[in-house]
Design a protein around this ligand. Structure first.
Ligand code: DGY
Length: 325
């Protein structure tokens, strides 16, 4: 008999077929109050979970006595209680590497969009306001040859540094728990304390995984240290930033602009103060969302799942260390 797995993210047919060859698949388009009862019923004899964002904690695991593996279709895994999974001998996997270049492209896009005010000026043109010559009130700021500070120098951070160094001639500063000699050598990046980075960088890009240590990592103190011309972008998780402090920093002119792919609450409330600020560029958490990369991530996650259920070691087996990004 094939092991039962619950899939809670829409998969491309080719990926779904691959999973179905090895497993009996039960699919949930979403798990919410309407589907929770049916989901928990299936969970009673499920051996695998495949999807993203589902909170897998003590409470859920109590209802999953046969579970062997949780395969996240994402690199981030702040939704998984890894120590609880380890304690129960349940495997957990993520999808590192396949998305590095795509997320790095998104972050460069956010930086440029904020610096050159692209969404704001797009709206200006389309709403018929472009009726005469532009004035300096419409100008942006240069990104090339400025200083970029990257907080969290994992594989995605390094892909951002590569683009910024070779493509934009930027000076790279970074802050990370451990020194990364390769980025220092290859992209001439310089390690800084968080305080120094906030003070010196023209552009700041936050790429840390969300852990208890990085929750609200950037708040009032850090925004106060930044230049009032600084542009701050977040491509990690919303909760790594104190959103109220960010609103305050933008309102008080402590920083110039922001670019956000992630929010504390997702989807973000339509009346959130950040959404009414012209100097904030927003995206709906699409860092890795290209067709090619999302298929690659789903296929990787499916392989992790199937190998785990076949008693083999999945290639992206997670341990407690959150730096596996
Ligand atoms: C990831 O893979 O963690 C991206 O943020 C998408 O969730």
């Amino acid at each position: 008999m094939k092991p039962k797995v619950i899939v809670y993210k829409k998969l491309e047919p080719v990926v779904l077929e691959y999973v179905q060859e090895a497993c009996e698949v039960v699919y949930f388009e979403k798990i919410d109050e309407n589907t929770a009862a049916a989901f928990y019923e299936e969970l009673k004899n499920a051996e695998g979970l495949l999807g993203s964002g589902l909170k897998v904690d003590h409470e859920l695991l109590e209802k999953a006595p046969h579970l062997k593996i949780v395969s996240n279709i994402s690199v981030g895994y702040d939704n998984l209680d890894i120590s609880e999974l380890n304690r129960r001998g349940i495997m957990a996997t993520n999808t590192p590497n396949v998305l590095n270049e795509t997320v790095a492209d998104t972050m460069i896009g956010l930086l440029l969009a904020a610096a050159r005010r692209i969404p704001e000026l797009d709206h200006y043109v389309k709403s018929g306001k472009w009726t005469s010559h532009l004035t300096p009130t419409h100008f942006g700021v240069d990104m090339h040859h400025k200083t970029l500070g990257i907080i969290g120098m994992g594989r995605i951070g390094a892909a951002i540094a590569k683009r910024a160094h070779f493509g934009f001639g930027m000076n790279i500063l970074y802050h990370n728990r451990t020194r990364n000699e390769e980025v220092e050598r290859t992209y001439m990046a310089t390690h800084r304390t968080l305080e120094e980075l906030c003070q010196e960088a023209d552009f700041i890009c936050l790429m840390v995984p969300l852990t208890p240590e990085t929750k609200n990592l950037i708040g009032e103190t850090e925004f106060a240290l930044m230049k009032n011309t600084a542009i701050f972008v977040n491509g990690s998780r919303g909760a790594t930033v104190d959103e109220e402090a960010l609103v305050g920093a933008l309102q008080n002119g402590q920083i110039l602009a922001a670019g956000l792919d992630v929010f504390v609450e997702e989807p973000v409330r339509h009346d959130h103060p950040l959404l009414s600020m012209p100097n904030v560029v927003t995206l709906p958490h699409i860092g890795s969302a290209t067709s090619e990369t999302r298929i690659g991530m789903a296929q990787f996650a499916a392989e992790n799942l199937v190998l785990g259920l076949q008693g083999k070691k999945p290639p992206a087996l997670l341990t407690q260390d959150p730096s596996n990004r």
